[in-house]
Design a protein around this ligand. Structure first.
Ligand code: DX5
Ligand code: ZN
Length: 226
């Protein structure tokens, strides 16, 4: 069934930026490169912007999954589309005109995704779920790598899948934060199919092995899901 494979998206937030080219080469088995943009307002931390995204685009053929943790996504999205984003994810908490921003992203030929912080209910997606290619369920409060997975995320993913079924749509469901083999298996069993992983990939000596372990865990989750 379409959409039911598991995709692994290493987050370059946990990479060694002094060796970014080699770090990208080390994740050549990945399906997506997850690129966390933090503005110091929507989240406390600051990361990187569109200039470095352009360099990442030039250094890899893997599609770029840009996660905008910014207060003004409508203003910033065109910059990241120009820089080579293949997927643009904006936060529902930061965007008052979500459908309009989805149209803008689609007009540029990219995929549109919306993200929910842990405290934001799935019901907020009711009027936008039919317009998105992917929903990102944050499984930590965004801002930093290396945090612990929030257990309530499992029930939230199930609620999201129920909402999708009500609307007759089947977007990718991405999770981000605290993803290791154990949590990977359980989120996929609940309905996720895109796994972001920062420290569990870039903290490993062999990134190919780390990506393979997450993929295997995800496949076990698919089996449980039936
Ligand atoms: C958190 C970022 C994540 C982060 C995940 O705010 O959105 O993408 O890099 O890091 P880990 O996998 O270490 O929790
Ligand atoms: Zn992220």
């Amino acid at each position: 069934m379409l959409n039911e494979d598991v995709r692994i998206a290493p987050s370059v937030l946990s990479a060694d930026f002094t060796r970014l080219g080699q770090e990208l080469e080390s994740i050549r088995d990945a399906d997506l490169v997850h690129y966390d943009v933090m503005d110091g307002h929507f989240v406390p931390n600051v990361s990187f912007g569109m200039g470095i995204l352009k360099q990442v685009k030039a250094a890899t053929d893997i599609p770029l999954d840009v996660h905008l943790m910014v207060t003004n996504p409508e203003e910033q999205t065109p910059w990241f589309l120009d820089a080579g984003a293949d997927i643009v994810t904006f936060h529902m908490e930061a965007q008052t005109h979500a459908n309009r921003l989805c149209s803008l992203i689609h007009a540029a030929g990219a995929k549109a995704a919306v993200a929910l912080n842990p405290a934001t209910p799935v019901s907020l997606l009711d009027s936008v779920i039919e317009d998105v290619d992917m929903v990102l369920v944050m499984t930590v409060n965004p801002g930093f790598g290396g945090q612990s997975f929030i257990e309530g995320s499992i029930a939230k993913i199930r609620k999201l899948r129920a909402l999708c079924a009500e609307h007759g749509v089947n977007p990718w469901v991405e999770v981000d934060g605290g993803i290791v083999a154990d949590t990977a298996e359980r989120v996929v069993a609940a309905g996720a199919n895109v796994l972001v992983a920062g420290s569990s990939v870039f903290g490993a000596k062999d990134r190919g092995v780390a990506i393979g372990a997450l993929r295997d865990a995800g496949h076990r989750g698919l089996t449980v899901r039936g």
